[in-house]
Write a protein that binds this ligand. Structure first.
Ligand code: HSE
Length: 429
């Protein structure tokens, strides 16, 4: 009898539609490589009448996700609905019912991944989530397998296409954030509600997943410090460009000698020659430093229907291949060590900040005094756009502790002669 794996798909939006497209369009090649036929047995959607990105035969469609995860004829559940609930319950039920699960859902994995892995181990099945981080870039597999022999010292990722598109356009066109965001929404490059993307949550989810694998631990998403790009103005981009920097929203994971790990998400001014500075538009990239591999960078589409779906289907094929060989494929993410996250106040960086000040004697001295009192050493000061009594001051510090920088800034904010602190951006990677 022909060997078949039956897939139940939950969600048929952008990513789910891509999964249907690839499974149907490339069925022959997929069967050849996987060693068995991968049959799309059922597709559960919320609204049967909705127009879908890829047409699904009516007899495959249903609306009962709970019935699907309890259906004994289904081998693999593919979850593409996103969000924490009801995805969490559906995944847990599927795993408890002895089904492998493939998901593209970074939020549910970031929040409940450890719990899922425990249930999966208890029931002899596996959980796959390559598509949850950087869509079409095989970074999970790369870290879990090909780079597993390395001690990873650092990961830096551009892992959000929406914000990278906005920052690229701001850099290229000199436009303001709100204008570019509105344009991106019109073109379909940003969600109608883009808050998770632009406020940094999306990248924090992805960093907690990647860091867990890279640093062999399990990190809570809530322990990751994150900032978005709402505070980046056209002026910041312009000043950065003149200084030879590009501003990108990055996720940073860095191992400390004391065993703790630095995890943070925020905009960074990076040198324009850094490999990540050339990653533009909706593309993603992850830069890794490993003890044996040295520096390596993964680059590609971080989102989109087919790139993300190709990662999902790749995971389903992995399940099929392991089943064919009669071997289970327990995650190597099992013997993880407890590691603490370094509080943001303890990180060290150079900082850029821009102030509007009154242009009169003693103003710079007062700012320098506030920095000195907080042990913040200034690397460069530039006064620009002096108009009448108002001036713009741009300061870059030497490498200092974040807590010292925040202390200096709090004192600077209190100065009568400082009318605005426009931005504080960390400099360098
Ligand atoms: N919304 C994400 C992005 C893609 O803009 O990159 C899915 O994680």
């Amino acid at each position: 009898m022909e060997d078949v794996i039956k897939v139940g798909l939950i969600g048929c939006g952008n990513v789910g539609g891509g999964v249907v497209k690839i499974l149907l369009e490339n069925a022959e090649n997929i069967a050849l490589r996987a060693g068995c036929r991968i049959e799309l047995a059922k597709v559960v959607v919320r609204n049967m009448d909705k127009q879908r990105p890829y047409e699904v035969a009516g007899y495959l469609l249903g609306t009962d996700a709970l019935a699907l995860v309890n259906d004994p004829s289904i081998d693999v559940i593919v979850e593409t609905i996103g969000g924490e609930n009801p995805a969490r319950e559906l995944i847990m039920t599927a795993l408890r019912n002895g089904k492998h699960v493939v998901t593209a859902n970074k939020e549910v994995i970031a929040k409940h991944g450890s719990e899922f892995l425990q249930i999966a181990r208890e029931h002899g099945v596996n959980l796959y989530y390559e598509a949850a981080v950087a869509g079409g870039i095989p970074i999970i597999h790369g870290l879990k397998n090909s780079l597993a022999a390395n001690n990873i010292s650092k990961i830096v990722g551009i892992m959000n296409g929406t914000t990278n598109y906005i920052l690229t356009k701001m850099y290229q066109e000199g436009a303001e954030f709100a204008t570019v965001l509105a344009e991106a929404q019109k073109l379909g490059f940003a969600e109608a509600d883009p808050s998770d993307d632009i406020e940094g949550d999306d990248v924090a989810y992805k960093l907690s997943i990647l860091a867990g694998i890279a640093f062999n631990s399990s990190f809570k998403y809530e322990d990751i410090y994150f900032e978005g790009i709402e505070g980046i103005s056209a002026r910041e981009i312009e000043v950065a460009r003149k200084l030879g920097f590009v501003i990108k929203l990055v996720a940073i994971g860095q191992a400390h000698a004391d065993g703790r790990v630095e995890l943070r998400v925020h905009p960074v001014m990076m040198d324009e020659w850094h490999p990540l500075a050339g990653v533009n538009n909706v593309f993603n990239a992850v830069f890794i430093e490993g003890s044996y591999v040295g520096q390596t960078m993964f680059y590609g589409p971080g989102a989109g229907m087919c790139p993300t779906a190709s990662a999902v289907v790749g995971d389903v094929m992995d399940i099929a291949m392991h089943r064919k060989l009669g071997v289970s494929h327990p995650s190597i993410h099992t013997n993880f060590q407890k590691k603490e996250v370094v509080p943001i106040g303890e990180i060290q960086s150079e900082y850029y900040f821009r102030l509007s000040v009154t242009d009169k004697p003693g103003v710079l001295a007062a700012i320098a005094h506030a920095c000195g009192e907080a042990m913040v050493s200034i690397k460069s000061v530039e006064q620009k756009q002096s108009k009448g009594e108002a001036a713009e001051v741009i300061i870059i510090t030497h490498t200092v502790r974040e807590s010292a920088m925040q202390k200096a800034l709090a004192a600077i904010r209190k100065l009568d002669t400082v009318s605005a602190v426009h931005a504080l951006i960390r400099v360098g990677l």
